[in-house]
Every structure is written in C-alpha cells, then in structure tokens.
Design a protein around this ligand. Structure first.
Ligand SMILES: Cc1cc2nc3c(=O)[nH]c(=O)nc-3n(C[C@H](O)[C@H](O)[C@H](O)COP(=O)(O)O)c2cc1C
Length: 376
C-alpha cells in the first residue's frame, strides 16, 4: 500500500514532509554514464524556491540539493556520471515555523486536505500539512532535472498563461520573457497586469488560481504505447498529481469538442527533410497515446490557494462548527511556483517513455517505409 512512486523505467519515489528533517527522492532506472552533479539540478530548484518575490510564500528555504548515491567519477573523462544504480537526492528543511500553523491544528481549512487526511489516517501532521504541503514538489523538480538529461535534444519549457480571470495574449508569446518576470509569464504586458492584480488579491486576504502550459519540443515520434500506456494518460496523471491541480488538457483539450473534424485533425504534408509535417497541433503532439514528433503541449489548471486570511466557515476534528482564517506564509497564487513543477513532471514522464520505448522497440523506425515490390 504505497503510492509515493511513479514511472516504470525511470522510476521516482519521493519522501519527506514539510516539517521533517529533509525531503528527497530516489530515482531508479536512470541510465549509466550521464554527467551529473548537484550543479545540474540546483538551477531548477532555484526557480521553484519560495520567497523569491512578494507574489510567493515568504518561507525561506535554500533548497540545496545533495546527491547521496548513484554517481561516480569516470576515470576516462574525469566527469562525475550516473552509475545506473539508484540516485538518492536529499534537500534539508531549514525554515520551519511550527507556531504559524497552531491555528489549524484542529480545524479543517476549506479546500485543503486537512479533513481527508484526518478521516483517512486518523491523524495528520498539521505543521504545514505533511505530504499535502507542496514542499514535496521540490523533490519532483530535482528528479525532473535528471530526466531532462535522458531525452537527447529535448527542450522542455513551461509558462503561466492565466492567473485568476487575467489571460495572456498568445500573439505576444515570447519564451525569453518567461525568465524576466516573477510569474513565468510569456507576455510582458500581461505580466505587468498580473502584478497589480495579484497584489490586490493578496491585500484583500484572498487567492486565485492559474493555468500553466508546458511544451516539450524535440520529442521523437513513437514514445508512448496504446491503451494502458498512453503518453497522454501518463502525462495527465503526472500533472494531476501536483497539489492543487484540478484540470489537465492536452493540445486543443476541451476546446477540441467545439472544433469540426476538418479543423481538429492535424493535416499532414511532407516536410523539408522528407519527414511528415503536421499543419497544426491540436493533438498536442500525441495520437493514439504515441508521440507524433510534434511538440507535446499540455495545460493544467490549479485552484486558488486554500489557506487564506478571509474567515471561512468550517468544522473541527471534534465535531464543532467554527470559523478559520489562515495566517502564516502562503502563496496567494500557487500557480506561479507550479510552473517548474509541471515542467519536471512532464520531463519525468517523457524520460520514462523514452526508456520504455528504447527497451521494447530499440532503434527508431526508419520512415518512410520502402515500397513493397511491384507497388512502385
Ligand atoms: C507550488 C505549490 C505551492 C502551494 N502552496 C500552498 C500554500 O501556500 N497554501 C495552501 O493552502 N496550499 C498550497 N498549495 C496547494 C496545496 O498543497 C493543495 O491544495 C493541498 O495539498 C490539497 O490538495 P489538492 O488541492 O490537490 O486537493 C500549493 C501547491 C503548489 C503546487
């Protein structure tokens, strides 16, 4: 009865709680001889780290990652590389303030997992929520940094495309902008609006949700398997496993229901290098659960942060009706820090399917196929 592991060939198990000594993960199945040091992982953790702007929680965590196992210095290259054995990563928890959480010890926050943890397990770590705290997502980001190294030529990026009711203008999409504002927003004008909008939300003791888009380019065709190993199903499960995620879309997603067939199906032509070229990407790079070679495109929606200052009606664990207002340090919009987490989850899923495909099929299929004799 353990549900802390995901992936088959690239298998990630995470452990630890928000207010324990440390959090971490064990990655089993990573191929050997991949150059890996802490410096390869740390930049991704730094992007998710709290306390970097006034729009995220003020909890201060260095989130410094340590590699405990699975690496060795290769004599020939002098580089530290993976050995093919389990890679254990650990991140110490340094900024825990249990007193911030004393108000919620017995009361259930509406929208949070306090009641469900209590009713399921008969107890819960109220000092930050234990595994329900998004602190755990730092370990996924660390695993994702390794996953990115497995798929050659893959470029995987994420962006925040909507915050509350405010959306970006997709015509102004600029990936470089994502690293220039505190929202991971690809539209500079929208980012400026997001700042004022979120400040007002925070000041009135409220919170908002967001939509995040993750795009992986350079993913080869053929990853994923029909029916129970669909790449889109695994992606949806991985993204849905992120705290606060309430919806996932692949490609055109829910909007596909409104499209006529002649618009939705991505037409095909032969591209410059004799390979198939799709004229659109409503499929989000996946057909029949298998990657097409087009960019993988997934979006996920996160709900508004449940821990808010505004008093809400609730009950306590002893059966009394009461009210709760959550002080302490919380993200007014969890969607901002969810961007690197979403990227990491997609990276892990693609790496897993890349290794599964290599295990089952081996070399890439040469396309186009030769004409059968007599058909030329
Ligand atoms: C990056 C990130 C940060 C989060 N920070 C908070 C927070 O500060 N306060 C809060 O109430 N929820 C926060 N959440 C959401 C909760 O962890 C989540 O709502 C809770 O575990 C219940 O699970 P569910 O929303 O998936 O049902 C965060 C989520 C993410 C992805």
């Amino acid at each position: 009865m353990s549900f802390n592991t995901f992936g088959h060939s690239f298998r990630v198990t995470t452990f630890g709680e928000s207010h324990g000594a440390a959090i971490g993960c064990v990655i089993d199945g990573c191929p050997p001889r991949i150059a890996l040091t802490e410096a390869d992982i740390q930049p991704y953790l730094d992007r998710r780290r709290p306390g970097q702007s006034r729009f995220t929680t003020q909890r201060q965590e260095a989130d410094a990652v340590k590699i405990l196992s699975g690496v060795f210095v290769d004599e020939t290259s002098g580089q530290q590389v993976t050995t093919g054995t389990p890679i254990a990563l650990v991140i110490e928890n340094v900024d825990q303030r249990s007193k911030d959480y004393s108000d919620i010890k017995d009361k259930y926050r509406p929208g949070h997992a306090d009641y469900t943890y209590d009713v399921k397990y008969g107890l819960r770590d109220y000092r930050g929520g234990g595994r329900q705290s998004a602190r755990e997502t730092a370990t996924r980001v660390a695993a994702g940094a390794i996953a990115r190294k497995i798929v050659p030529g893959m470029q995987l990026r994420g962006a925040l495309v909507q915050i509350g009711a405010e959306r970006i203008d997709r015509r102004r999409w600029d990936w470089a902008e994502v690293e220039r504002n505190p929202f991971f927003c690809p539209d500079a004008q929208a980012a400026a609006r997001f700042g004022d909008y979120l400040e007002a939300v925070r000041k009135r003791g409220s919170s908002v949700g967001a939509v995040i888009e993750i795009v992986a380019e350079g993913v080869p065709p053929g990853l994923g398997a029909p029916i129970y190993g669909k790449l889109d199903a695994d992606l949806a499960a991985a993204l849905m496993s992120i705290n606060a995620v309430k919806g996932v879309e692949i490609g055109a997603g829910f909007a596909a229901a409104e499209l006529p067939g002649e618009e939705n199906g991505d037409e095909m032509r032969i591209g410059n290098e004799g390979q198939p070229m799709f004229l659109s990407n409503n499929a989000g790079g996946i057909l029949g659960g298998i990657s097409t070679g087009q960019p993988l495109v997934a979006r996920f929606a996160v709900k508004p942060t449940s821990s808010i200052l505004t008093p809400r009606r609730t009950v306590d664990r002893y059966g009394n009706e009461t009210e709760i207002s959550t002080t302490g340090r919380h993200d007014p919009c969890v969607g901002i820090r969810a961007v690197p987490v979403g990227e990491a989850m997609m990276a892990c899923v693609v790496a897993d399917h890349y290794l599964r495909h290599r295990g089952q099929v081996g070399q890439a299929t040469a396309w186009p196929f030769p004409q059968p004799p007599g058909k030329a």
